[in-house]
Design a protein around this ligand. Structure first.
Ligand SMILES: [Zn+2]
Length: 550
């Protein structure tokens, strides 16, 4: 009933507002359809919603987060409506308004049943790397089954709008940019250069070549990494050197990190604050080099900041490293907003900031504080499961893999051995249900018949794309992760620590404020579509968040 009333109100707003404007001439001149010059999506890879407030008192008055919160519109209760809550799915969902069950990006990797091999979400052997001699550019959005908001903006302006994606991670650049993008650029961690794929172009544009020639990673590493403020002020975080941190820079995990000793080790950049800094420098260079926001056709720049994810996995969300990353990101974002004011013009651009997923605490840290937690090592579980199934069915390796919290059976082997799939599934489930950390194990196709809570059931159904999904869905106990027993942490499940993300709107046509109404990651693309008066992406199931609009 409420939804009908809301739709009617929305329709009224659309009718009244459209009667005040003349038909679209593709121009922002007086009397024509108002649109922003540039839409900038900022996706922070692994940012839980509470990070907006956890470090609030430490964020700068002219930094990014306080500017966005004070002058923008915050959707405080934005959730991810599917599993697995991982990078590829999150970036795709944000820019398509869709879910894995429809857009087909069911994980960072999945099992390809036709080729009988593991498939990476953006891998494409039919294309070449542009900008280096490595394999890191053999990527495209070919596995994405729907359009993105960038595709729709391009279609709406007869391809006169430009769309660019930028991230350290290839999937963080490619999936947001969509099929018809003008370009996507990511970081080659072997060469330290920003690269692309022949899917988009035959040569790097001059602005990318110029940026690569600066060797910014070397310059940043020469500055080392010390905390932004004195170490003893990091009272929101656990002591600097904890036994449950990984040690990517040597034998200890404490400040200061002498990055100057690692110049040339380009693979380490993402786990330093300079990963964010360089990404925003590339974003600025793209805006200038591609003249984004310079003409009357709305452009879209999709920026993803991958570093918080690397740092969160490595040191944990309660570490000094994580706090320092967010304090520095705050400064970098403030600098980026000032650049946009100068380059595109204050009020001329629309920004949203969100995240692809959150993260669980480090299980070992939680246990120190009597909070139940643990980890499930998927490869050990796979070995044990295969051994027990072999005892019963006299056939080896019936399980082909455990990924995205799903168990994949080897369908060819079941056929060859003339085994009943139902019998193997039944046995596997009875084994899995007894494993520590596993709350439920269910046959995915029987999801609707289970007594699972409706929210979880909905999230699992939204993640199921049968030709790429597994056979058995695992539901972990809360606070349990798939990973190593002693160090680090991860994300991927339905629980709020992974699924409650920030969503803040800022700039063109946004009135300051906030809502605690439940909104979803799938609402972001339809909101942009509604504000720009363009068609929603083809798999969108979200709803425009009308409160944000002036
Ligand atoms: Zn991650």
């Amino acid at each position: 009933m409420f939804r009908i009333a809301l739709s009617a109100a929305l329709l009224f707003v659309f009718i009244t507002s459209s009667s005040q404007i003349t038909p679209n001439t593709g121009s922002n001149k007086q009397g024509s359809l108002p649109r922003p010059k540039l839409v900038i999506g900022i996706v922070v890879d692994q940012m839980r919603w509470d990070y907006l407030y956890r470090y609030y008192d430490r964020y700068a008055e002219d930094g990014g987060f306080k500017t966005l919160l004070k002058q923008g519109f915050a959707c405080e209760n934005t959730l991810i409506p599917y599993t697995p809550t991982v990078t590829a799915c999150g970036h795709t969902c944000i820019y398509t308004g869709s879910v894995p069950a429809i857009h087909g990006i069911t994980g960072n990797d999945w099992w390809n049943y036709d080729l009988n091999e593991l498939e990476y979400c953006t891998a494409d052997n039919s294309v070449k790397t542009i900008g280096s001699t490595t394999e890191a550019g053999k990527m495209s959005p070919k596995n994405l089954m729907v359009t993105t908001i960038g595709d729709e903006i391009r279609l709406a302006t007869n391809f006169r709008s430009k769309v660019i994606g930028i991230a350290l991670k290839d999937r963080g650049a490619i999936l947001p940019a969509g099929h018809s993008a003008n370009g996507a650029y990511w970081y080659d961690d072997k060469t330290g250069d920003w690269i692309s794929s022949s899917y988009y172009e035959t040569d790097l544009p001059a602005w990318v070549k110029d940026l690569n020639a600066k060797k910014l990673t070397d310059t940043y590493f020469a500055q080392d990494w010390n905390t932004l403020y004195p170490l003893d002020t990091y009272t929101q975080s656990t002591p600097d050197d904890e036994p449950f941190e990984f040690k990517p820079f040597g034998t200890t995990a404490n400040f200061p990190y002498k990055l100057s000793a690692f110049i040339g080790k380009y693979g380490l950049l993402p786990v330093t604050p300079y990963g964010n800094t360089i990404t925003l420098e590339v974003a600025k260079a793209a805006i200038q080099g591609e003249k984004l926001g310079a003409d009357d056709f709305t452009d879209l720049l999709a920026v993803s900041l991958s570093t918080p994810d690397y740092v969160g996995h490595t040191f944990g969300p309660n570490s000094v490293e994580a706090e320092d990353i967010f304090l520095r990101l705050d400064r970098d974002l403030g600098d980026f907003l000032r650049f946009l004011d100068k380059q595109v013009g204050k009020g001329e651009y629309l920004v949203f900031l969100s995240a692809d997923h959150g993260v669980d605490q480090v299980p070992a840290f939680l246990r120190q504080h009597q909070i139940p937690a643990g980890s499930v090592n998927a490869s050990t579980m796979e070995e044990q499961l295969n051994a027990q199934l072999k005892d019963k069915f006299k056939s080896d390796k019936l399980v082909i893999g455990i990924m995205n919290y799903q168990v994949y059976l080897d369908r060819n082997k079941l056929n060859e051995a003339r085994l009943s799939r139902d019998a193997v599934l039944k046995e596997a489930i009875s084994i899995l249900q007894k494993q520590p950390g596993i709350s439920r194990a269910i046959v995915l196709e029987n999801l609707s018949e289970t007594t699972l809570n409706a929210e979880i059931k909905n999230a699992l159904a939204n993640g199921d794309y049968p030709s790429r999904s597994g056979d058995i869905q695992l539901i972990f106990q809360p606070q349990w992760i798939e990973g190593f027993e002693s160090r680090g942490t991860t994300h991927g499940v339905w629980n709020p620590y992974d699924a409650h993300i920030p969503l803040v709107w800022y700039g063109w046509n946004i009135s300051p404020g906030k809502t605690n109404r439940q909104t979803f990651m799938t609402d972001i693309a339809p909101t942009i579509a509604s504000m720009l008066h363009v068609q929603m992406p083809s798999g969108s199931i979200g709803h425009p968040i009308t409160e944000t609009i002036k």
